[in-house]
Design a protein. Structure first.
Ligand SMILES: Nc1nc2c(c(=O)[nH]1)N[C@H]1C(S)=C(S)[C@@H](COP(=O)(O)OP(=O)(O)OC[C@H]3O[C@@H](n4cnc5c(N)ncnc54)[C@H](O)[C@@H]3O)O[C@H]1N2
Ligand code: MOO
Length: 395
């Protein structure tokens, strides 16, 4: 059995080939840029007024010499205007300044008598209320680097500089293989010895939340032949495979043997942790394969602690769950030296370890917002600082 740290190092060392795709900017939220993006034009593309007011060529005596208003420029006017020195143009926010004008006075700080404009703004300086051509970005300038996360703001920025399509890391196709002959579909009548199948919807939800939408769900019978056949199929149809259950030492646990028969290289099996002790990790060529221990709470803990990072890396993001230190609001005694991942609530700077930590339960997980990581120590006192991993509840 290896430690949690060793397991994470093994995962970190793996190199996987990311796939890239062209994506419409409006559909690229949550994705990551796979190449640098450069501006194709100056933005703004012309000297632009930032106020409703009057545009003119500034000089220091402007407040003492009324200007004749000779033009009107609403936003979007496409004509290239030029006005004589000593005249002004009525202008609106977003409109292009006439050639050789450089300053705009807000209409509240000027008076108009017929066509005669008097500038009142005592603090007006040259260039005021003008967004200069290329001020946001110049043609050919780097707009966003490869590896940038595409947030709503980034998508707005790309649109504002005229980009319609970007190259992003492709979201991986993920197969989930559910094993266990005792499983019954929710909504069906539960017969003696059956349990409702919870992991497929839970994992699919976790994947959807992180933007992975191509998810294929398979069910395998508790036989070596069926598990091998389904695993082969899943490997052929996806970039990453998750199996649930069948990874322990029972006579009906076939995942490890099936993985071997499918040509999957085993990188580890069994960790010094709870829950999720029998976790399996391997790869076939470029494809990571996780055998998640069947108890639903082990499934989700292992997903967040190990699978999440790999999925992020496949999508071009080098990040981990948010990790902090917080004082315990209750004491906790461990009965072994395994690393424990405990469902907790982090609130007002403290963390509370919830009751009901056994891995068959999901109820405490449903309430939790973090996993509390307890290392080798046997008992933890109230107020002792512990590491917590925040569950990404909002994607
Ligand atoms: N002799 C030993 N027995 C077990 C050990 C061990 O070290 N020695 N480890 C235990 C631990 S810890 C875990 S975790 C489990 C993991 O075993 P499997 O991966 O083989 O999981 P299963 O036996 O298939 O299932 C465990 C449990 O979870 C329920 N389950 C499975 N899948 C689902 C699902 N999709 N939805 C809801 N519930 C599910 C299943 O009915 C079992 O109750 O092994 C221990 N045993
Ligand atoms: O390692 Mo298991 O997940 O505790 O029940």
């Amino acid at each position: 059995m290896i430690t949690v740290t060793e397991a994470k190092e093994i995962i970190q060392k793996q190199v996987f080939n990311e796939k890239i795709v062209k994506t419409a900017v409006f559909e690229a939220v949550n994705k990551v840029l796979a190449e640098d993006v450069y501006a194709m034009v100056d933005i703004p593309a012309f000297n632009q007024s930032s106020m409703d007011g009057y545009a003119f060529a500034f000089n220091e005596g402007i407040r003492n010499q009324p200007l004749k208003v000779v033009e009107e420029v609403p936003a979007g006017k496409q004509e290239h205007l030029r006005i004589e020195d000593g005249t002004a143009a009525r202008i609106f926010t977003g409109a292009a300044l006439p050639q050789d004008t450089d300053t705009v006075v807000m209409q509240e700080l000027a008076t108009l008598n017929g066509v005669e404009l008097t500038v009142l703004d005592k603090n007006l300086v040259k260039g005021q209320n003008v967004r200069v051509r290329g001020a946001e970005i110049a043609e050919g300038e780097l707009a966003l680097r490869k590896g940038s996360y595409l947030s709503p703001a980034t998508i707005g920025f790309l649109s504002a500089i005229g980009i319609v399509e970007v190259t992003t890391f492709a979201s991986p196709v993920v197969s989930i293989i559910i094993t266990g002959d005792e499983l019954q579909m929710p909504g069906e009548k539960l017969l003696h010895g059956q349990v409702y199948e919870a992991s497929s919807s839970m994992l699919r939800a976790a994947l959807f939340q992180m933007g992975v939408r191509d998810v294929i769900i398979y069910y395998a019978k508790d036989t070596l032949a069926d598990t091998t056949m389904v695993l082969d199929k899943a490997l052929a149809s996806s970039d990453l495979v998750l199996l649930t259950g069948g990874v322990s030492v029972g006579d009906y646990d076939f995942v490890v043997k099936a993985a071997e028969l499918c040509g999957i290289e085993q990188l580890f099996h069994r960790l010094k942790q709870r829950p999720g002790k029998p976790l399996f990790f391997g790869r076939k060529g470029d494809k990571p394969v996780f055998g998640l221990p069947g108890n639903p709470s082990s499934v989700l803990t292992c997903f967040y602690e190990y699978v999440w990072t790999v999925l992020r890396r496949l999508a071009g993001q080098e990040d981990k769950l948010r990790c902090l230190k917080a004082p315990l609001s209750n004491s906790y005694t461990k009965t072994n030296q395994l690393t424990h991942f405990l469902k907790g609530i982090y609130k007002s700077g403290k963390v509370d370890i919830l009751a009901g930590q056994e891995s068959f339960r999901l109820r405490s997980f449903a309430e939790a917002n973090c996993l509390v990581v307890l290392g080798e120590m046997k008992s933890y006192e109230r107020d002792e600082l512990v590491e917590i991993h925040l569950i990404p509840l909002y994607g």
